[in-house]
Write a protein that binds this ligand. Structure first.
Ligand code: GLV
Ligand code: MN
Ligand code: MN
Length: 404
């Protein structure tokens, strides 16, 4: 088998004909077939599969701990996402285990391949949901009350999928089984393409967060309401989008309003309400907080100018993560014989590795992305680079867990 062959097995699951690419969200129609693929892939390698109380899948090579080396990523996507963000790390993990088994390696410590639930937070607004619950980084009871776009609570969706909400929450015993975690991921930029190398390691994840902005005005008739008598939240939104961009540009940081819901969303209707999500990222937590504060001040002014009100809710905040230096150096050394001296690069993208880094030594391997695009259908990785990624991961696992 190859990594590309493994990804081909799920290529038809969760395709989004309207947006292009993939829309794979927690407990949607693609979720069970993707989990079934994970189980089949694991069983073909004689790995034992279990699902924890937070809907994360674990495939064990050897007993389920202690001192295990875990690797994996996620199977969900953003709306209209690419094929590699998430699934590449799982396909490469199975392929790496297959290569080690074929080479006669007997693990001296357990190895686990993981698929974490709802990493993108696309359905319930909480990125890295599965690992945040697992590690206790979020309060399970309040997360279960979150609703999706259709008003379904996470608790309802959880129970509807046949899972037990009473099992949701931190699992220190499971975390205690782990000695290290490595996530392999498609690079979400062009650094490796520009350097002309197929793989590298990660140094850090910059801090980031999500804020829900609710701008409320007055619904009215598009034809009969004079221009100076409108309380139009969409006009205020225009100010919000520009404020987010301008503040981020001035501060050398990043801000995006990429999701908007207009109520009632009619062509000939002045909207009564707009919900918009601000995603902000910068190299320090203080800079993210300062950037958001200034941005919100300007958005408040924009709302006031249209006689609208603004309510703000912080949906998630992810502090800066510096990956474990000793583990990262050790993985870089394991990659050296085939790939030479690989760089350690920071990323602006969030990952389950960033959540797990708080509780277990964690590192990441990135695979070259020729377009540099991610969270969009143009995201990609050449087949030969995916195979290089699996060999890199196999080298790291062999070094950390293997016995010839
Ligand atoms: C996830 O990929 C994120 O960075 O939001
Ligand atoms: Mn992503
Ligand atoms: Mn990802």
């Amino acid at each position: 088998m190859t990594v590309a062959g493994r990804l081909a097995e799920i290529a038809d699951l969760g395709r989004d004909a309207g947006r292009g690419g993939y829309s794979r969200h927690l407990f949607d129609a693609s979720d069970a077939p993707l989990r079934a693929w994970f189980r089949r892939s694991a069983q073909a390698l004689d790995l034992t599969v279990e699902e924890d109380g937070d809907a994360n899948l674990w495939a064990w090579w050897g007993p389920p701990g202690p001192a295990a080396v875990a690797t994996g990523s996620h199977l969900d996507s953003v709306p209209g996402g690419g094929a590699h963000d998430g699934p590449l790390g799982i396909a490469a993990a199975f392929e790496a285990v297959a290569q080690l088994q074929a080479a006669g390696v007997v693990p001296a410590r357990p190895v686990a391949v993981c698929a974490f639930a709802e990493e993108e937070g696309s359905r319930f607004g909480m990125p890295c949901l599965g690992t945040r619950l697992l590690t206790g980084a979020v309060d399970a009871a309040s997360v279960l009350e979150r609703t999706d776009a259709a008003g379904v609570t996470l608790a309802q969706a959880w129970a509807g999928s046949g899972r037990d909400t009473a099992r949701v929450g931190p699992d220190p015993e499971r975390i205690g089984r782990l000695a290290a975690f490595i996530e392999l991921h498609v690079e979400q930029g062009r650094d490796l393409e520009d350097r002309g190398i197929p793989v590298c390691v990660a140094s850090a994840i910059i801090p980031h967060g999500r804020w829900r902005l609710t701008i409320t005005g007055e619904g009215n008739h598009a034809g009969t309401t004079a221009m100076d008598r409108r309380d139009d939240p969409v006009v205020a939104l225009a100010g919000a989008v520009l404020a987010a961009r301008d503040v981020a540009r001035a501060g050398g940081s990043r801000a995006t309003i990429g999701k908007v819901q207009v109520t009632p969303n009619g062509t000939n209707v002045i909207a009564s309400r707009v919900d918009a999500w601000l995603d902000a990222r910068a190299d320090t937590e203080d800079r993210v907080r300062a950037q958001v504060e200034v941005t919100l001040e300007r958005i408040r002014d924009a709302a006031r100018a249209e006689r609208c009100t603004l309510a703000v809710h912080e949906e998630s905040f992810s502090p800066r993560v510096d990956f474990d230096a000793a583990l990262t150096e050790r993985i870089a050394a394991a990659l050296q014989p085939e790939f030479g001296a690989v760089p350690a690069i920071p990323t602006g993208a969030g990952h389950d590795a960033g959540i797990l880094a708080a509780v277990v030594p964690t590192a990441m391997i990135f695979v070259r992305n020729p377009t540099g695009v991610s969270h969009a259908p143009a995201e990609g990785a050449r087949d030969e680079d995916c195979e290089a990624g699996a060999r890199a991961l196999a080298a790291a696992l062999r070094d950390l867990a293997g016995r010839a």
